[in-house]
Design a protein around this ligand. Structure first.
Ligand code: CP
Ligand code: NVA
Length: 301
């Protein structure tokens, strides 16, 4: 695997291989078995947006793998003053063994991969969040054992998370139902692909989408970069919440996932969040293990 730009680029087999490696690395970490698989390697972490989980899990992942990481805020890089991505990519390729980038435009991540000669890992764009969904899939497998025929229901904004969840879920044979208001649907091309390649629905009716779901998922109503729309979005999304009513129509053993950060009483009630905090924080932990697997595949294999 050269890069991780988006999940659409991976086959079902490649996703399963990443999850298997992640499980193995999690076992080793829990049992104090060292896995210094990236000794002498340096990973640059470019952030044009805030982060808690992504930054910390990538830094710890590189430390555990015996490598080194450099936190590079876009604000402090010349890229923040207009140095073009083509030049940044070629320069950083001379120093580093890989780059993780979190930014706005997916095209910037693709350009970094095109002009650089080192692996590029997408740590979130406005379009997708592949690292998060690999951790989500790992968590679903831990709790449910299988993917095929399981129903994943996403409630809320059709954003970067939704796009990656649709692709990951459909590739692994899950049914995916997205409940979102009109005008806030996920990417049109991804929805077309999903409908042609699996069982996929997108509907305004939350309870219809959540019926018999094995996994319920939600994310913030206003993503990073949409802060000015936050108040207006509160009105649009007020009925797109995971609450007891939604839980009651899902399977009785349904799990709840949230990529975090969460806004309690907006996209999820405190009650549902706390009742399902075990799986939500297992999911957050799995970022570390899943990303280690991605790093090993991209920087070593
Ligand atoms: N879920 C996630 O990517 O969290 P951060 O924004 O804190 O990295
Ligand atoms: N949709 C959210 C995800 C955060 C991990 C955002 O882009 O802000």
């Amino acid at each position: 695997m050269k890069n991780l730009l988006k999940l659409m680029d991976l086959s079902e087999r490649e996703i399963i291989e990443i999850l298997n490696t992640a499980d193995q690395l999690k076992f080793e970490k829990k049992n104090g078995i060292p896995h210094k698989l990236l000794e002498g390697k340096s990973l640059g972490l470019i952030f044009a947006k805030s982060s808690t989980r992504t930054r910390v899990s990538f830094e710890v992942a590189m430390y555990d793998l015996g490598g080194n990481s450099l936190f590079l805020s876009s604000r402090d890089l010349q890229i923040g003053r207009g140095e073009v991505v083509q030049d940044t990519a070629r320069v950083l390729s001379r120093y580093l063994d890989g780059i993780m980038i979190r930014t706005f435009d997916q095209a910037e991540v693709e350009a970094l991969a095109k002009f650089g000669t080192i692996p590029i890992i997408n740590g979130l764009t406005d379009y997708c969040h592949p690292c998060q969904v690999l951790a989500d899939l790992m968590t679903i497998r831990e709790y449910k054992g299988t993917f095929k025929g399981r129903k994943l229901c996403y409630v809320g904004d059709g954003n970067n998370m939704t796009n990656s969840l649709i692709v990951g879920g459909i590739k692994l044979g899950m049914e995916v139902a997205v409940a979102c208001p009109k005008g806030y649907e996920p990417d049109a091309e991804i929805m077309k692909w999903a409908a042609a390649n699996g069982k996929f629905t997108c509907d305004e009716d939350v309870l219809k989408c959540a019926a018999d779901a094995d996994v319920l998922y939600t994310d913030v109503w206003a993503s990073m970069g949409q802060e000015q729309e936050a108040e207006q979005r509160k009105k649009v999304f007020k009925n797109y919440q995971i609450n007891d009513k939604v839980m009651n129509v899902a399977k009785s053993d349904a799990m709840v996932l949230h990529c975090l950060p969460a806004h309690r009483e907006e996209e999820i009630t405190s009650k549902v969040f706390e009742e399902h905090s075990k799986e939500i924080f297992d999911e957050a932990e799995n970022r570390l293990h899943a990303q280690k697997a991605v790093l090993v595949k991209c920087l070593r294999d």
